[in-house]
Ligand binder design. Structure first.
Ligand SMILES: Cc1cc2nc3c(=O)[nH]c(=O)nc-3n(C[C@H](O)[C@H](O)[C@H](O)COP(=O)(O)O)c2cc1C
Length: 485
């Protein structure tokens, strides 16, 4: 085997799903009079299956490609060091062949190396885009939620009011969040849409958010920060200027080898990219640990967030993604960031489970087994909300968002009653946005109708009346064990 073939290792990760690309010999030798042999010009389709550290391992179709230009075993004849151009998914890389099929064992693999290290971030973006494609396919088609759907809210009910003395039009669902007034306490939580469908999804969500008068987050902007050609996926304000938009980046992508200054610059670029009205930094330790290629180094994360937060140009929110913000971390954040911390999304378990999604995505059975053990990991949304409400003094003015398994207007009313300013909704709106804006409008309309129905049936004219109407009835699986006599 040629010695330059990089072995699968920590720096070379699976591209899943594998990505269709085209490899062409550099230059226009086909039309050159000096192109004596047919093999002087070639082009063949392939699949990128492994990537990292500037290398790509391509799987070729031995049957068709070995006959390129009607020459048997033509790929095997390509000399190492030959310059080539690789195109696919909107990318174009200059590269060189470093290993061609040399034996029966590797006859389908061609390894190429980027000619310029400067193209490394674009290659990383390419790999990241494939990861997102996979996440989206899984969220669209598989059961990605916690196995018991326990979001910790079933143990709460509302005391009904049989004579509410209210009319439907009296009900006021308006709320103030991050310095703005919104029509309802619902946040379309940040969700990634990938390269091909991201723009469609984000625009569907943005139109619906603007029409409903509620805020929306975008998914992680990492891909567009690595390669600005992807910025258009997130920049919905061009078409929907009125939407309140929350930017998004992962804490794991701000630490590691990066300086605090670099991390702050990344956040500022993310804001600029979409004219964000606020910024969310998401924390997803569990997902990063289970993800085969996840970022494993969170050292210095609180220091880094505190540094970024100083004189930050827009309100800042720290967002858990399904494990439930623990009260100790909420306290540490509040005391380090002070008034620079505008909101915490407690992101509890009970809804979409990202540790589990990474298991569904993994190529190896051991990662799947690992993820199974963490499908229901963490504090439920209800528990995380209660604990954060106790941990964060009201004087800090840090608002709380409750995301994770919010599936209807009753859930929205419950988290508002328990102290959240906003209920964050993800998966149901994501699935609606894969279709069209009308689907998102309809889904949101039903959430709001459910919330107003709770208000009407409890005699709550405004959201601030809801805390007085909520009661703890005990685990819903066994209502007779409740505290209500
Ligand atoms: C398809 C999809 C993509 C997501 N991408 C991101 C992301 O890029 N950044 C982030 O902070 N959260 C992301 N999330 C997490 C959501 O913001 C939310 O915390 C989570 O889905 C729980 O809410 P749910 O149970 O209503 O889905 C994503 C969720 C989904 C369903």
């Amino acid at each position: 085997m040629p010695e330059l073939v990089p072995q699968k290792g920590p720096n070379l990760i699976a591209v899943t799903p594998r990505l269709a690309v085209k490899v062409s010999r550099k230059g226009d030798l086909a039309s050159s009079a000096s192109a004596a042999k047919q093999t002087d010009f070639w082009e063949f389709p392939a699949w990128a299956v492994l990537a990292g550290s500037g290398f790509l391992v391509l799987e070729t179709n031995a049957e068709t490609n070995n006959g390129i230009n009607a020459e048997p075993n033509a790929i095997m004849a390509i000399p190492q060091g030959t310059g080539c151009s690789l195109t696919g998914a909107g990318f174009q890389f200059d590269a060189e062949i470093v290993a061609t099929p040399a034996s029966a064992a590797v006859q389908n693999a061609v390894t190429i190396k980027l000619s310029s290290p400067a193209q490394g971030p674009a290659l990383d973006a390419l790999i990241g885009s494939q990861r997102k494609v996979h996440h989206i396919e899984i969220c669209e088609n598989r059961d990605v939620e916690s196995s018991d759907r326990d979001h910790g809210l079933r143990e709460y009910s509302f005391m009904p009011c049989a004579l509410p003395e209210l009319a439907w039009d009296d009900l006021d669902t308006k709320t103030k969040f991050l310095g703005r007034e919104f029509e309802a306490p619902i946040l379309i939580t940040g969700m990634t849409g990938g390269v091909e469908r991201g723009s469609h999804i984000n625009h569907n969500l943005a139109r619906a958010a603007a029409a409903a008068g509620i805020p929306m987050g975008v998914g992680s902007q990492r891909i567009a920060l690595d390669d600005e050609r992807f910025a258009g996926i997130f920049n919905v304000k061009k078409e929907v200027p009125g939407v309140f938009l929350i930017g998004n980046i992962g804490a794991a992508q701000l630490v590691g080898s990066r300086s605090r200054e670099k991390a702050r610059e990344i956040c500022l670029r993310a804001i600029d990219m979409i004219s964000a009205d606020a910024m969310a930094i998401h924390v997803n330790v569990l997902q990063e640990m289970i993800q085969t290629e996840g970022d494993r180094d969170f050292r210095g994360v609180l220091d880094c967030i505190a540094f970024i937060a100083r004189d930050f140009p827009v309100p800042l929110m720290i967002k858990e993604v399904g494990a439930g913000m623990d009260p100790r971390t909420a306290t540490r954040l509040a005391s380090r960031l002070g008034t620079a911390l505008h909101a915490i999304d407690v992101g509890g378990r009970g809804g979409t489970s990202w540790g589990w999604i990474e298991g569904l995505r993994a190529a190896d059975p051991m990662t799947f087994e690992l993820a199974k053990g963490f499908r229901d990991w963490g504090l439920t949304t209800g528990m995380a909300l209660n604990l954060a409400r106790q941990a964060i003094p009201m004087e800090t003015q840090c608002q709380l968002v409750a995301t994770g398994g919010i599936r209807n207007g009753v859930d929205v009313a419950k988290v508002v009653a328990l102290g959240a300013t906003m209920a964050g909704v993800g998966l149901p709106l994501f699935r609606a946005a894969l279709k069209d804006t009308n689907e998102v409008d309809a889904a949101l309309g039903n959430f709001i109708k459910g919330l107003k129905t709770v208000m009407m049936c409890t005699g709550a004219r405004q959201l601030s009346d809801l805390p007085g109407a909520v009661i703890k009835t005990g685990p819903s699986h066994n209502p007779t064990r409740g505290t209500l006599s």
